[in-house]
Design a protein around this ligand. Structure first.
Ligand SMILES: Nc1ncnc2c1ncn2[C@@H]1O[C@H](COP(=O)(O)OP(=O)(O)OP(=O)(O)O)[C@@H](O)[C@H]1O
Ligand SMILES: [Mg+2]
Length: 336
């Protein structure tokens, strides 16, 4: 698999992004101060419970937020240039040709009355100015690339299996040669074998095309298998970001630890998914201090009053007072 070249400038920079939804006149801060970078060929997994802000992060990067949402601060840069993420029309020249999407539930996204080859050819004509025949040829080429025999292109979506439909969605996402693909739960609706096949396909395309991937999922084990980095979101913020190997070997945030512990592992006698007790806080009126403190088994006094910043920690980042105080203790002990 292609390794990201960290020495080169990032392809994508998300810088202090905050997004609010208007909910019956009351603003709901769905994501707050979200910052991260993505390099060419890198795969980053964005993980977190339902409502933690994963989709909102993805939609804002692509300028696809619904009308009741607004970017309240921050910006997104692609190859160093600011993207007009709040301007749908201006974003059209960037979407699909630079940043592309694969959503969950291909059956709903595909048009049931058109053959799939036509649906893949369409963005080639609209975005790349190809003539009909050229676009159809490109669509067949893309079908082969995602592991579907080109002659199956004449099928309608309902004639294909769920896995094949998701492959068609990936072919469509690749039609305009983007450098970044954002997959929002692209395998959630699929059985485990098909899920593994789709993840393998994304990995193959990533190395073949040097694609950068943001993979959104609830499932940390999916990130472990397919990504270089894991970014953990909680209540609209990134609480931990690190190389997958580091995050699994030594999770720094108590939430990440609990997420890892909740994964079933029959080899260790853990047969069922163990949910994390408690619920995330309401995003309308955030409580003071750390958003995770009411569920955190290690909370200390400061967690009730001060919101922890996302600080550098080793090769990654973490937002946790406990981690900071442990690091300070270690430094003091080492200096003594
Ligand atoms: N269109 C909307 N209008 C109002 N609030 C919304 C809207 N979409 C999302 N939200 C709220 O924003 C917060 C973040 O939602 P988001 O969909 O980004 O989370 P998520 O991590 O993708 O969740 P899931 O895993 O369930 O897909 C949630 O509190 C959600 O209720
Ligand atoms: Mg979502």
């Amino acid at each position: 698999m292609t390794k990201p070249n960290q020495a080169t400038a990032p392809l994508l920079e998300v810088d202090a992004l905050s997004v609010d939804y208007g909910l019956k006149g009351v603003p709901l801060r769905a994501i707050e101060d979200v910052s991260f970078t993505l390099c060419a060929g890198e795969a980053v997994g964005l993980v977190g419970e339902s409502g933690s802000g994963k989709t909102t992060t993805a939609l804002s990067i692509a300028g696809l937020l619904p009308p009741n949402a607004g970017v309240s601060s921050g910006e997104v840069r692609y190859r160093g240039k600011r993207l007009p993420i709040s301007d749908d029309a201006a974003m059209r020249s960037h979407r699909w040709s630079e940043i592309s999407f694969v959503f969950q539930g291909a059956m709903n996204a595909l048009n049931p009355v058109h053959r799939v080859v036509k649906q893949i050819a369409e963005p080639c004509m609209l975005k790349r100015g190809m003539a009909r025949d050229e676009a159809a040829a490109r669509a067949r080429e893309l079908l082969e690339l995602v592991g579907i025999p080109a002659d199956r292109g004449s099928a309608f979506p309902h004639e294909l299996s769920g896995g094949m439909r998701q492959r068609v969605m990936i072919a469509m996402a690749l039609a305009c040669c983007p450098s970044i693909i954002i997959g929002d739960e692209p395998t959630t609706a699929l059985d485990v074998i098909t899920q593994a096949q789709i993840l393998k396909l994304l990995g193959k395309l990533r190395s073949q095309l040097n694609l950068a991937i943001i993979l959104i999922t609830h499932d940390l084990s999916v990130v472990a298998e397919s990504c270089d980095r894991a970014m953990i979101m909680y209540a609209g913020r990134i609480v931990e970001d690190g190389l997958v190997a580091d995050v699994f070997a030594e999770p720094k945030h108590p939430y990440t630890k609990l997420l890892i512990e909740s994964i079933p592992n029959p080899a260790k006698g853990k047969h069922i998914l163990r949910p994390i007790p408690g619920d995330p806080p309401t995003l309308v009126n955030r409580p003071s201090g750390c958003s995770f403190r009411s569920r955190c088994p290690s909370a200390i006094q400061v967690c009730a009053t001060e919101d922890p910043r996302l600080d550098l920690a080793g090769r990654g980042r973490v937002a946790c007072h406990l981690h900071r105080s442990l690091t300070q203790e270690r430094t003091v002990a080492a200096d003594a």
